[in-house]
Design a protein around this ligand. Structure first.
Ligand SMILES: [Zn+2]
Ligand SMILES: [Zn+2]
Length: 263
């Protein structure tokens, strides 16, 4: 199974993981309390990297890792051997490193980890990231009252994930929505979210035939893009993680045309 390919199997797995994450988050809401003082925050840096103490207690993270692994096992028997190796050998020190590695998106660390354990290359980072998300989402809820006051360019003001999904309201307002922590924040309609260029002639849109509710906003200046979804009855209230998954074909189109960060 390759997580970069969007098969039915992968979609189902992702949906099952999102369901598990909801349960994990519910638990965390009872266990964790974040009092974040906005006065102590730098406005131009995402919140999570600024927190003084780790927002993820290792024991609770371990529970989350176990739950995500269980979903993987139920969805895909091929993985159960690798998962077994991981679960039986993961130490609290490893988990601590996983938390840091996942927060910093340290692909190099996870690659080395998979080599050392002789498991699928993508698996440790995938589990580590999916287990981290419910924690990020609880922090996002704590940040929601002041998230629009942050001024972080090109990435989520809560967790730092690069911006890639925007929602358009009927009145033309553009709301950015993070698939990692589910934060939502306002964005100027005619400004590139990545480089801040607000000359509207620098933005153009790629539409996909027969898709009225989605488009790709591209910036001529930085050659990066944002997926836009019109808010309607179907998409209202949908998680960003799901919207992101359902519009993954737009990423392929944009990247095929040579847009995006790696270009
Ligand atoms: Zn985020
Ligand atoms: Zn730009």
């Amino acid at each position: 199974m390759n997580p970069n390919a969007v098969s039915e199997e992968y979609l189902t797995l992702q949906k099952n993981i999102m369901e598990a994450q909801k349960q994990i988050k519910k638990n965390l809401e009872q266990e964790l309390e974040f009092a974040i003082d906005k006065e102590e925050l730098e406005k131009n840096i995402p919140v999570v990297p600024q927190l003084n103490s780790t927002p993820v207690p290792v024991k609770l993270y371990e529970d989350a890792v176990m739950k995500i692994t269980q979903v993987l096992n139920e969805s895909n028997e091929e993985l159960s051997n690798d998962n077994k190796v991981l679960i039986e050998t993961l130490t609290l020190e490893d988990l601590d490193e996983w938390i840091n590695g996942a927060i910093k998106f340290d692909t190099e660390y996870f690659y080395q980890f998979s080599k050392d354990k002789e498991v699928s290359e993508w698996l440790p980072h995938f589990i580590a990231e999916q287990a981290l998300r419910p924690f990020m989402q609880v922090i996002a809820d704590a940040c929601a009252p002041f998230i629009d006051e942050m001024e972080v360019m090109g990435s989520c003001p809560c967790c730092g994930e690069p911006s890639r999904i925007g929602k358009l309201k009927k009145d033309g307002q553009k709301i950015l929505h993070c698939p990692r922590c589910e934060s939502e924040w306002k964005q100027k309609r005619l400004q590139c979210v990545h480089c801040g260029n607000d000359k509207h002639e620098n933005l153009f849109y790629i539409n996909v035939e027969e898709e009225e509710n989605t488009s790709i906003e591209v910036c001529k200046s930085c050659r990066n893009y944002l997926k836009l979804v019109k808010i309607d009855r179907q998409s209202r209230g949908k998680q960003a993680a799901l919207l992101d998954l359902e519009t993954i074909h737009l990423d392929f189109i944009a990247q095929d045309e040579g847009y995006g960060e790696e270009h």
